[in-house]
Design a protein around this ligand. Structure first.
Ligand code: ATP
Ligand code: MG
Length: 350
């Protein structure tokens, strides 16, 4: 939905490790855009494990409140402590809850050797982000033969409808306009059956023929993964409950190479937050060699989500060019360049 704004207020939360190096790069790329977007205004915000270690707080309330006043945000990465630390819980998980960012959207695209060619792999995984097994209701009891562990899996019509609608909206903006519902309703007919049927019903429930041009298909999750590896080009938009979506989005990312390239957004009805898929990469943090392209692509995806498709296309094209030319790349892609040099290459093309 194109939106008329005088200004675009963007929260920046670099958080930990290489987040501090790649989020400023994404900011610079946004600043290099011209009239495609309203004048950006950036708000620097704190969160993360390093902040927790220093202050006892991983996600200050001021950060959450300030975000509510922004149009969108970019999040870097949080370190996950190896052992459980008392009082610490992940700020990104908390942010998704506080801002009701119920969808995790992850495009996976291969860069074609020739700019005129269509990419081989060009799909988007739309993962439900609030329920399924992630409601974390687990119990342990002692049965006749020893310990018995159980987990509750929650699927609601409301969450399935809104994630389905998000998938249809995303499909509308893509050339192939195809949604594939991923499920396992041959085994879990109640939970996955509800998910599948609710997503399938979206066009009818929304009405007014809005999604008439979108083709809907479905696939059992195991065969979906098989086909994802054998013939990834068959997919356009894949929509899945939380756990299948988690697995599929990592598997799909592996098809196109470095973690340093894969973007995502966390999206709700009123807010969108870009976030590179990689973590804080403590092994390379502070050395100036982190790949900024995943963050720049996340910024593009965030803008696309807000309706600024021309700006997003421009950023994606610049990133693709840098990858295709292969002259200025960070070590994760086999190059020798620094974060700032890759950023400069993108800025030049912007
Ligand atoms: P975390 O606990 O924060 O997830 P991690 O040790 O799992 O940290 P990741 O950030 O997930 O680290 O990265 C996994 C590997 O990929 C690391 O070796 C890291 O250096 C590399 N990597 C991740 N992101 C990038 C990037 N943007 N540029 C270069 N290398 C990266
Ligand atoms: Mg990690």
């Amino acid at each position: 939905v194109p939106v008329n704004r005088q200004k675009l207020k963007i929260g920046l939360i670099p958080a930990d490790g290489i987040g501090q190096e790649v989020i400023p790069a994404a900011r610079a790329a946004i600043e290099a855009l011209g009239s495609e977007i309203p004048k950006p205004e950036f708000v620097d915000l704190a969160a993360g494990f390093e902040l927790f270690s220093a202050s006892g707080e991983a996600l200050p309330e001021e950060t959450v409140q300030a975000l509510k006043d922004c149009d969108c945000a970019l999040f870097g990465a949080v370190s996950s402590p190896v052992n459980k630390v008392a009082g610490y819980s992940s700020p990104i998980v908390a942010l998704r809850k506080r801002l009701d960012l119920y969808a995790n959207v992850r495009p996976v695209i291969s860069v074609a050797a020739n700019p005129e060619d269509k990419p081989d792999i060009d799909l988007v995984v739309v993962r439900e982000n609030t329920e399924c097994l992630y409601v974390k209701q687990e119990t342990m009891s002692i049965g006749e033969h020893g310990k018995e562990a159980r987990a509750t899996r929650l699927i609601t019509e409301r969450a399935s409808h809104r994630i389905g609608k998000m998938a249809f909206e995303i499909a509308l903006g893509r050339p192939r306009k195809q949604v594939t519902v991923i499920h396992k309703s041959n085994v879990l007919s109640v939970t996955d059956g509800l998910f599948r049927d609710t997503v399938r019903a979206v066009p009818r429930v929304v009405g007014d023929g809005r999604y008439d041009s979108v083709k809907i298909e479905e696939q059992i999750v195991d065969s979906a993964v098989y086909r994802l590896f054998r013939e990834p080009q068959i997919y356009d938009v894949m929509v899945a409950p939380n756990l299948y979506g988690d697995i599929i989005s990592d598997a799909a990312a592996a098809l196109v190479g470095s973690l340093g390239l894969v973007p995502s957004v966390n999206a709700g009805d009123n807010f969108v937050m870009g976030e590179p898929v990689h973590g804080s990469a403590p092994d390379i943090a502070g050395r100036g060699i982190a790949n900024p392209l995943a963050s720049i692509r996340s910024a593009a995806l965030m803008l696309r989500h807000l309706g600024y498709a021309a700006a997003a296309d421009k950023m994606d094209k610049a990133v693709d060019q840098v990858i295709r030319e292969g002259q200025v790349l960070t070590p994760d892609l086999g190059g020798k360049s620094k974060t700032t040099e890759v950023l400069d290459a993108v800025l030049k093309r912007l």
